[in-house]
Ligand binder design. Sequence first.
Ligand code: FMN
Length: 467
Amino acid sequence: MVQHPPFDRQSLRGFLDFVEREFPDDLLRIKQPVSSTFDMTSVAFELEKMGRDPVLVFEKVEGFDMPVVTNVAASRKLLAACLGVEPGDLPTAFRERCQTYIPCETVDWAPWNEVVIEGDDVDLTKLPIPLQFSVDAAPYITAGQIVARDPVTGVDTTGFHRLMLKGKNRLGISLHSRRRMYEFHRRAEERGQALPAAITLGIHPLHYMGSMTYAYPPGVRKFEIIGGLFQEPYRLARCGVQDLEVPAGAEIIIEGEILARVHEPEGPFGEFTGYASYRSTQNVFVAHRVRMRRDALYHSVVSGMAKDHILISCVTREGEILNTLRRNLPNVKAVHVPHTTCGAFMAIISMRKTAEGEPQLAVMAALGTELYTKYVIVVDEDVDIFDMNDVMWAIATRVRAEKDIFMIPNAKGAILDPTSDPETFTLTKMGIDATRPTGKDFAERLVITEEQRGRARDILRAAGLPL
Ligand SMILES: Cc1cc2nc3c(=O)[nH]c(=O)nc-3n(C[C@H](O)[C@H](O)[C@H](O)COP(=O)(O)O)c2cc1C
């Protein structure tokens, strides 16, 4: 009998144990049978409409043996709890910890070695891969963390890339975010070689969070950043592709390669923009071997504009933009990337302005940090940037359009942004300075003091209103 080692704490199942123990109301086990077609996505969206975002475990998926775990990263409360902080401190805690690089620990044994399937026996259609939206071309693996090494420097990376089920051992893949994996594959292809890669399924939300970082020195491993988030070495083990290391606590490892100079249709797929995406780099992953735990859980990210897909992008962008701004503008207070702007396209910055022109500097720095972001709004610190009503009020009452709104045409935008040019992927970016002028009288904001609010609550309580 194998003793389960401490790396399980850094795993998906370790996270499920933590939530079940500390936040039992935030985990919903669904025991009745559901279909792998649409059901799991519809359940997550229905809960979101009710204002609820529990982790979901679908114990019985018709036609499959493996349970499906999803909606793992849909709640700021749980993500903050993973870092041991309050939800309001999440971007700052992330920002600070993702700059601490802790070397990884390589362990000799990983439970995903319990079952090994090779060659012709590999059959990815046996996994309970959901079909999420009617527009999707096929079922998609959405929680596949792909690990590969830079063919030039040997430094590895890990990140999510959507994977379209095409056959028993064939997956379509799109590297449209054009970060490290895109570049590593390009470098391998330049040498006429495929890129050896491994897909990791079943990870802890802190791995998800760390994998979304991009502004860090080239010699650093993303796994070391994930270690910084855990505040201890991230435990990895060698799999069977080249000398690649993957998380020891994972559920399933799919080993293979991203082919060189092979392009096949991939998509459409229901993306984070809330639209069907037809844009893709159209690459192909071929699987040679599958390793998994005997009682493996299948992890899926709810796609489209679901919080599971977007919330971590909000937090990581807030953290990365804050990291840049704080270097130059110590008077910047906080950054919010709202979920409703696809976790990407808009950033709101709060600052204690000390001189005219500072909001413009903040806008330029934010746009220079985050290519997906195209609208940046700067407000004074009296505005609650996490309350969009307050932000809209500041725009309505503090902006003089002819001087406070400025545009940057032909800037690089996100490939999946439906407003970006289909050939160049450029678009117009916009900054809005919604701060009051400095050194001049401006209209006085109406306020109700905390003391007055307390008195009002006492009066209402006495009137019989349950508060
Ligand atoms: C759920 C999810 C799915 C994603 N799918 C893709 C994808 O299909 N293609 C892509 O290029 N980026 C995708 N991304 C964004 C990348 O994972 C992200 O940019 C990551 O930092 C890239 O890592 P890399 O630097 O190793 O390439 C996705 C992100 C999330 C959260």
